[in-house]
Design a protein around this ligand. Sequence first.
Ligand code: MF3
Ligand code: CO
Length: 247
Amino acid sequence: MIKLKSVNEINAIRESCQFLAETHQAIEKLVEVGITTLELDSFARDFIVKRGGIPAFFDYMGYPASLCTSVNETVIHGIPSKRKLESGDIISLDLGIDYKGYFSDAAVTLPVGKISKEAETLIRITREALFLAIDQAVTGNRIHDISRAVYNHAKNENYGVVRDFCGHGVGFSIHESPQVPNYVGSGPNPRIKKGMVLAIEPMINLGVDEVRVLDDEWTVQTMDKKLSAHWEHTVAVFEDHTEILTL
Ligand code: MF3
Ligand code: CO
């Protein structure tokens, strides 16, 4: 069941999303050669808790951290560790906040030091795919219009599009209906309605579509170990426009 949100509820979700955007900005400033992903995670946790929020991913289905730090061939759900970031790495920072019971979710992919041209292009195209997808997230369209926008933009570059993980509804909890796939499949394709709050999140690979989950049961890695990028925003659908809440 898709839980539509009232304007008052969207106002509360927006607060959570703005808190998340501030947190992201603060973490992003710390990304540089030599910092560990564990340091990024503890910074995020302290920043959120000091301001009265709850890191939404911590302990979600047993996830052991507040932040997902996915480096290079890791697509999503990278667990923070003592690994130091190196020049040439790309890192996805994915974070969710529960603020007063309202949930937000967003991710960015950033360069560390000097990265290759192909890594730069992958990051840019993935981000563009997110914004093209958001353009489709309007009343009257269907969820697959969002999916198609991501898919076409990525396949136009011959990139891999992750099929095993999707975007999702968000707001009253971290994962709600509907699923928002990054490809057009045969699954549910509901019409987009005012009051929907969606986390749209293209996960795009330099190589193949396929991914695998490592033995830690979280880390999702590209099957061919080529680079992957991930961008995500939480958006709210109104009658005549759609607002990016996590900008
Ligand atoms: N940000 C992820 C998503 O968009 C959620 C991470 S789940 C966690 O679906 F368990 F890793 F926290
Ligand atoms: Co998400």
